[in-house]
Ligand binder design. Structure first.
Ligand SMILES: [Fe+2]
Ligand SMILES: [Fe+2]
Length: 468
């Protein structure tokens, strides 16, 4: 079969011999990676999946039964803009870069590789979840997320193959060689080395970690390197579903827990097979804090360099800001100085990671409001919350210090004492794990989660989303 039949695309693959040759070599390696590290146990099952087939706002996706290894991982970029310009930084207003500018080559490759590495990593993290799905609907959503992360890997590999030479091809190979959680060849970012081995982890991951992806992709969708901007814009259309899976998944867990709490006057949901809210809160604390790390250091010369070069912008750079140079101005944040929190003013461009993180936090708060509404609707007084951004951080100004959930500086000993109240313990994980029994009859749902409000693409919840 021709490569361009196998790979739906709008990048003129049939005309581009050099790109064809590179992808031809990479494709078998990708498929063998998918076979080894993709969803375990369901490769030969028919899954009702959407496949990107076009970039039009209407009908960009096609829904049908597909076996995952036959999924048509395509390469799609949003259409290019006539007269596209660099939208920010020192080269603001110059023609957008259509090729990799030599002076930014290393920075750009690093940005693309770091983004690309997250895509296969999450597939690896989630590869055994199919065995414990709470419903066929959820099983299908898991696989949808997995194949689309595979496509996002393709999107980044296209950029490496298409715009970089030998070093780009080497990096594309390395994306298939690192392994999530492997101490010898780990994935680049730590959130992507954490185990995601139960469905509460999966929902928290897609809520918080995929949402980091939304903000990184949004910042790159502003890029003056137009092929990157166009690629990321299209990835964002798929990413929305991933966050939907996490957001509604957690909402359904919370709703079910609330129902069980009402059934039992002592409010002990464990005896009824539910997930206690304090465990849900600990999972939120864990994934939210690891996801905050993904934005990088609060004070960052990289963020300043990437912005100056026109490579990585701010969230909604064009819609939200009028000064796209941002050469002046400052940003004040709290840092640890002499054992105390103290304000420090830094040049605006050095604070762009922190500013992007702030946008992300606002977005996460909306999810919390929805889950708390589910609690309120069930008549319960208890509420979930986000921990302070300083809590449990491993990257940036707060790494190496200890904070409570309110962001107050505490000692290591105090943290160790309270840790089991704040973060999932082995017992918590084992308890959640004990609830993870597969439910695979169409229309049936596990006891620890409420069914979704609607099915996918007009299909009812009872639809046979995966043929087992
Ligand atoms: Fe992705
Ligand atoms: Fe995603």
């Amino acid at each position: 079969m021709n490569l361009y039949d196998r790979i739906p695309n709008n990048v003129n693959l049939s005309e581009d011999k050099r790109l064809q040759r590179a992808l031809e070599k990479w494709l078998p390696n990708f498929l063998s990676w998918w076979h080894d590290m993709g969803p375990e146990g369901f490769q030969q099952k028919d899954v009702w999946l959407r496949t990107a087939v076009d970039v039009g706002s209407e009908g960009w996706a096609h829904f049908d039964y597909v076996k995952m290894p036959d999924y048509r991982w395509g390469i799609f970029l949003e259409p290019s803009q006539a007269d596209a310009r660099v939208g920010f930084g020192d080269n603001y207003g110059a023609p957008a870069y259509q090729e990799v500018p030599g002076e930014f080559r290393n920075a750009l490759r690093r940005i693309i590789v770091t983004q690309g590495d997250t895509e296969p990593a999450s597939v690896e993290q989630q590869r055994r979840l199919g065995h414990t799905c709470p419903s066929l609907y959820d099983l299908r959503n898991l696989f949808q997320v997995n194949v689309e992360e595979g496509r996002h890997l393709w999107a980044m590999v296209y950029l490496l193959h298409g715009y970089f030479g030998r070093d780009g091809r080497d990096e594309a190979d390395a994306l298939l060689e690192r392994r999530s959680g492997n101490p010898d060849k780990p994935r680049i970012l730590e959130a992507f080395n954490q185990p995601c081995d139960d469905w509460l982890n999966f929902y928290a991951f897609t809520m918080f970690t995929d949402r980091d992806g939304k903000y990184q992709l949004s910042a790159l969708a502003e890029s003056g390197f137009e092929p990157l901007a166009r690629t990321c814009k299209f990835m964002l259309t798929e990413e929305a579903h991933h966050m939907f899976v996490g957001d509604t998944g957690l909402s359904r867990v919370v709703k079910r827990t609330a129902q069980l709490m009402k059934q039992n006057p002592s409010e002990d949901v464990r005896s009824l097979g539910g997930i206690p809210l304090d465990i849900v809160q600990k999972y939120i604390n864990f994934w939210f804090s690891y996801s905050l790390d993904l934005f990088g250091g609060e004070i960052s010369s990289n963020s300043a360099d990437f912005f100056a070069a026109g490579l990585k912008g701010r969230f909604k750079e064009q819609d939200q800001y009028t000064d796209h140079v941002a050469a002046e101005g400052s940003f004040t944040m709290l840092v640890v100085e002499d054992g105390k929190l103290a304000p420090r003013e830094v040049p605006l461009r050095n604070a762009l990671n922190e500013i992007l993180r702030g946008e992300y936090v606002k977005d996460c708060e909306k999810g919390l409001a929805r889950w708390n509404k589910a609690l309120a609707d069930e008549g319960l007084a208890q509420r979930l919350y986000l921990p302070n951004v300083r809590f449990h951080r491993h990257v940036g100004e707060y790494a190496g210090h200890y904070f409570d959930l309110d962001g107050q500086l505490i000692t290591k000993e105090e943290f160790e004492q309270k840790k089991s109240d704040w973060l999932p313990t082995i017992e918590d994980r084992e308890y959640v794990g004990s609830l993870m029994k597969p439910v695979t009859e169409p229309g049936k749902i596990a006891n620890w989660i409420a069914p979704p409000a609607t099915g996918i693409k007009g299909k009812p919840f009872e639809f046979e989303y995966v043929r087992l």
